[in-house]
Design a protein around this ligand. Structure first.
Ligand SMILES: [Zn+2]
Ligand SMILES: [Zn+2]
Length: 315
């Protein structure tokens, strides 16, 4: 394998490679929905504090919690849309493995360093994985960032030619983002939500002329967090970023994690759940180990949708 020599350069990465294999985690998963290829890419893994993952106690408790979660996947998503390829979030890069990562980036960088442990290898970075799909990063038309946390922006370096889409609110009022990690050329297209989303979200930003890819505001985790919905007549795929860690938070609107606004988070979870109840939807959190299974499932598998809806099988 041509990637072996790169991996051996760093023993940390090499042991991680073994871990990935044992976890069957590094990879690309592809599903065709309504004739359009969708890819789930695991662009690396990270750990966060257990208090972060399981509670809504806030930054102070997270900082002083000595215990860590298992490795959590960092998902990026790719829609090979006829109007242009869309990448949703860009993951992290191998830079994040270094002890010096985020040095001299002020309080936010220091805080992020304290509460995360990354394991990313070159072969898992989003640009490398796109290559293996035969997609050149420079040919990606849109990159939609759900928000500006480092585990979503680390792969931006691959997309200097793409239109990067960030919520206006996220850009002017980021929450624990580390802007020093952004490429010098980073001038995203800032969106507000003036289009009719035709759903419980009411307002959104319609990305495609086909009206099948819609960006909706899902604030709470950060002030300007947004999500992407790929809509088809049979099934929707809802790329939820960090609106929640796992699908099971939706029915009870249970807020977990460090949130810019917990009340907004709760309302967002209610809206997403309502949306999932109204039309067959597969909800895909950005760091849920079950996201791959969900990706290949049908909404009916998750007991969230009333019988009677179309099963929504792709292909
Ligand atoms: Zn986040
Ligand atoms: Zn994240």
């Amino acid at each position: 394998m041509e990637a072996v020599s790169q991996i051996n350069r760093e023993s940390n990465a090499a042991s991680f490679e073994r871990k990935l294999h044992s976890f069957k985690g590094l990879g690309i998963y592809t599903r065709v929905v309504n004739g359009i290829k969708i890819h789930a890419i695991i662009s690396g893994w990270f750990k966060i504090k257990n208090t972060h993952y399981n509670s809504d106690l806030g930054p102070y408790f997270v900082l002083f919690d000595p215990t860590w979660t298992e490795w959590l996947p960092i998902f990026c998503w790719v829609i090979e849309h006829p109007e242009g390829t869309i990448v949703i979030d860009t993951g992290e890069t191998t830079l994040a493995n270094s002890p010096l990562y985020l040095s001299h980036t002020g309080f936010n960088g220091w805080f992020n360093k304290q509460i995360t442990r990354f394991n990313v290898i070159e072969r898992s970075e989003v640009g490398t994985q796109l290559n293996s799909l035969g997609i050149q990063a420079e040919n990606v038309r849109w990159v939609v960032l759900t928000h500006l946390h480092i585990d979503h922006t680390g792969g931006l370096k691959y997309f200097p030619k793409s239109e990067i889409i960030v919520s206006h609110q996220e850009f002017v009022k980021p929450y624990y983002a580390v802007e020093q990690t952004h490429p010098a050329w980073f001038r995203p297209h800032l969106v507000d939500y003036f289009d009719d989303a035709g759903s419980t979200f009411e307002d959104g930003f319609v990305l495609t002329k086909a009206n099948d890819v819609i960006i909706v505001p899902t604030p709470g985790h950060t002030f300007g967090h947004q999500s992407v919905i790929f809509m088809t007549p049979d099934i929707n795929l809802f790329f939820g970023g960090d609106a929640c860690f796992s699908f099971d938070q939706l029915p009870s609107s249970t807020v977990r994690g460090i949130n810019a606004d917990s009340n907004a988070s709760r309302k967002t979870l209610m809206k997403i759940h309502e949306f999932c109840k109204q039309s067959p939807t597969i909800y895909l959190p950005g760091h849920d180990q079950k996201s791959v299974n969900r990706f290949f499932g049908t909404p009916l598998d998750f007991n969230e949708i009333k019988p009677g809806f179309a099963s929504g099988e792709g292909e």
